[in-house]
Design a protein around this ligand. Structure first.
Ligand SMILES: Nc1ncnc2c1ncn2[C@@H]1O[C@H](COP(=O)(O)OP(=O)(O)OP(=O)(O)O)[C@@H](O)[C@H]1O
Length: 372
């Protein structure tokens, strides 16, 4: 278990954040700029000292003001990957990597050089200096250097933020595989919902210095929708589904979820694989009866739970289809259809975005849009 409960005044800003998460997989700290994400991760690393609180990884206290524990950075055994890599420019990649390793007594080295180099695909770069690496290669080396300190927790503060989309796509699968491959929990700061949906198991939503929600990603995404922590275009639902069957004749795959089935573009995954999908509110409409003449492949019954406040002529409607799905419709449609809470309707899903296909331990494909 990763246990964080910290209080610190920084000028006018008060960090007062408490959350815990399983010390396994990726825990993401998510929130708007200035919400306190970096402040929290820096306190975990030992780069900044809370006024009071407790930080523990699997019962090992790194900081505990009541017990007067404040381990120095090197004894916290946290690997840290920064946004800008921070490699030593005068050293080769090999020297950068072994630098991290030599910081740790040989008896405590549980992660092997060859394993890290092989897993990150950086064997051909070992004799180069950082100036001759691409941004994505630099970040892979920075991750390798952090791993080779055999940390008990890997901290990553926006490690992809400085990369373009292509480079991000290169590095992201490595980060996704880290926790399982090396059995290391990762605490990951990002303000990109796409990244978080690809990577995270647990989501901590930060707002105004506080952790306002924490839990499995699928649960907390509902809170994101309500809190305004994501832009309207990004808001929606995230569901974990299971591959139920393939329809090779139509190049489709059927995904089972609590409300029924979703039909998406064919995925190369075995039946039974767990797949995380995202259904943006703007991609969902509402019908009073199941439409017969439509190209929509994904239509399922649902009950209206809430109708949000109107904004720019649109409202978000919270639907219960065995799990929460949001639909964004016009206020005019709301009035002409006389929609109200408790009513049984049909959700019409225009498209489903696949965000992660390894929830049950399978390889993650690149994100793709699937016609629905
Ligand atoms: N040393 C400091 N002294 C005073 N205020 C600080 C200090 N460090 C951070 N702050 C303030 O604390 C708040 C939270 O900053 P923090 O960097 O933790 O946010 P963040 O969520 O990581 O933001 P971003 O996504 O932009 O990196 C900000 O208002 C910032 O100005």
């Amino acid at each position: 278990m990763l246990d964080v409960s910290v209080r610190k005044r920084q000028g006018d800003f008060l960090v007062d954040a408490a959350f815990n998460s399983p010390a396994a997989g990726v825990t993401a700290l998510f929130g708007r700029s200035g919400s306190g994400k970096t402040s929290v991760i820096n306190m975990v690393a030992g780069l900044s000292r809370p006024d009071e609180g407790r930080i523990a990884v699997n019962e090992a206290a790194l900081f505990d003001s009541a017990a007067r524990i404040d381990l120095p950075m090197d004894r916290r055994r946290c690997g840290y990957v920064f946004q800008d890599g921070r490699l030593f420019p005068h050293m080769t990649v090999r020297a950068n990597l072994t630098y991290g390793m030599k910081l740790v007594p040989a008896a405590r080295r549980v992660i092997a050089f060859d394993d890290v180099v092989g897993m990150l695909g950086i064997g051909h770069l070992l004799d180069r200096r950082p100036a001759r690496l691409s941004g994505g290669e630099k970040q892979r080396v920075a991750i390798g250097r952090a791993l080779l300190t055999s940390p008990r927790l890997l901290l990553m503060d926006e490690p992809l933020a400085a990369l373009d989309e292509t480079r991000k796509g290169e590095v992201l699968p490595f980060i996704a595989d880290l926790p399982r491959h090396f059995a290391i929990p990762v605490l990951y700061v990002s303000h990109s919902l796409d990244e978080i949906l690809r990577l995270a198991d647990t989501l901590v939503l930060m707002d105004g210095g506080k952790a306002v929600a924490a839990g499995p990603v699928e649960d907390v995404v509902g809170a994101l929708h309500l809190s305004g922590a994501v832009d309207a275009a990004e808001a929606g639902a995230v569901l974990t589904t299971t591959v139920e069957a393939h329809d090779p004749a139509h190049h489709m795959t059927l995904l089972a979820f609590p409300g029924g089935r979703l039909s998406v573009r064919r995925m190369d995954l075995p039946v039974g694989a767990a797949v995380r999908v995202r259904i943006r509110a703007g991609e969902v409409g509402i019908g009073l009866s199941p439409p017969r003449d439509t190209s929509f492949q994904n239509v399922f019954p649902a009950v209206i739970r809430d109708i949000g406040p109107p904004q720019d002529g649109q409202v978000d409607v919270r639907l219960d289809a065995g799990c929460t799905v949001w639909a964004r419709i016009t206020t005019r449609a709301l009035e002409t259809m006389s929609l109200r809470p408790g009513q049984v309707v049909h959700a019409l899903v225009k498209s489903v975005a696949l965000t992660r296909a390894d929830v049950a331990g399978h390889e993650a494909p690149p994100p793709q849009r699937a016609a629905g």
